[in-house]
Unconditional design. Structure first.
Lengths: 180, 190
């Protein structure tokens, strides 16, 4: 009887050892699989977008004692100097000194743009006459392919009207930021 | 007989301990694979952005016709990072783009240009030129590197030196061109 029990115990031990070996094989296989997958993930591609905002002339619009009919413009370009990476950017219309604390329906801006590359991936920022805000505003959506230049003109104008603008100042500039 | 029983119990304990370790190991591997393993693992693309700003205060175009000896024209411009918190580098070339130049050959190396620079506050590299003869064709006249947030200021001067000699040959000669700044990619570490 005791011999039978001992045999049973031995059988249990063999069974446990067998299961252990099986599980260890599984563990080793899974560990190897994890390792190879981690190695797959090690392919890190580091792209860099090199863009430049270029002003050819003034960088800021300033007007003292504005009168209806006034207009001015800012001209600049955005160039992607990268050879292989598409860049995304936004134009920030920075209002340094607003015309007043409230928007004026006659005081508008528009954005005209041209591109030297016909690749349709390029996306330019355009805007018809829009009321100039009293605080800075982001104009999103610029996408520029490698070795491409986007040319911009932002027109500012105070449409003719009968309102009085006594000693009113206005000052604004643009900057370009990456659009994530 | 007791020895055999003790041995069996010992073997059982070792076996169970091994089983436990194996299960823990396998479970850990399983969780690892579910967290990090990816059969469709693809490349990780990291895109960093460098945005520079080039400002030509008084335009880029240089038109010199009927130039008098001792007359110089100046153009000022800046090259900078747009982000004040920037830490990266931006390399650039300053180019003189020549459309027409009949002055250089007629001026006996007295048609010269210079580039004064400042602003490498973080140890960046500035381009400098000192009364060098103007090239007949377009060329890079200087290179710089912006380190972090720097504003490199340049004053470009172009003109005809006045010398104690006959400079009549330069009469009626013209120079027409423009300046440009081209950012250059730094492929190191890419």
């Amino acid at each position: 009887m005791k011999k039978n029990n001992s045999r049973k115990l031995d059988l249990y031990v063999y069974l446990v050892v067998l299961i252990c070996v099986f599980i260890m094989f599984m563990g080793t296989f899974l560990s190897y699989y994890v390792k190879t997958n981690k190695e797959k993930n090690k392919n890190i591609i580091h792209n860099s977008v090199l863009m430049a905002l270029t002003f050819n002339g003034k960088e800021q619009v300033n007007i003292n004692n504005i009168k209806p009919g006034w207009n001015d413009k800012l001209e600049f370009s955005v160039t992607n100097y990268s050879s292989d990476t598409i860049g995304k950017y936004k134009i920030v219309l920075e209002i340094i000194t607003p015309l007043s604390n409230m928007v004026d329906e006659f005081f508008v801006y528009s954005v005209e743009s041209t591109c030297d590359n016909k690749d349709t991936t390029n996306s330019l920022i355009n805007s018809s006459d829009t009321v100039i805000p009293v605080v800075s505003k982001e104009l999103n959506g610029g996408v520029i392919t490698p070795n491409t230049t986007h040319n911009y003109v932002i027109n500012f104008k105070l449409n003719k009207n009968n309102k009085k603008y006594n000693n009113t100042l206005f000052s604004a500039r643009v900057r370009v930021e990456e659009d994530k | 007989m007791d020895d055999g029983k003790t041995q069996t119990i010992l073997l059982s304990i070792i076996g169970i301990a091994t089983l436990l370790v194996a299960i823990i190991g396998a479970t850990f591997a399983w969780f690892s694979i579910t967290v990090t393993g990816n059969e469709n693992a693809s490349d990780i693309v990291i895109t960093s952005n460098n945005l520079g700003q080039v400002s030509f205060t008084d335009g880029t175009v240089i038109d010199l016709g009927a130039i008098m000896p001792g007359t110089f024209t100046t153009k000022t411009f800046t090259v900078s990072q747009t982000d004040p918190s920037a830490t990266g580098k931006i390399s650039y070339n300053i180019m003189l783009n020549v459309k027409e130049n009949t002055l250089t050959s007629a001026s006996k190396n007295e048609f010269v240009h210079s580039l004064k620079s400042s602003g490498n506050t973080n140890g960046g590299t500035l381009a400098v030129l000192d009364k060098t003869p103007v090239p007949e064709k377009s060329m890079i006249i200087g290179s710089g590197v912006i380190e972090g947030y720097e504003v490199h200021s340049y004053e470009y001067t172009i003109g005809l030196n006045n010398i104690d000699a006959n400079q009549n040959e330069a009469q009626g000669k013209v120079f027409s061109g423009y300046l440009s700044v081209v950012l250059t990619e730094d492929k190191i570490g890419k």
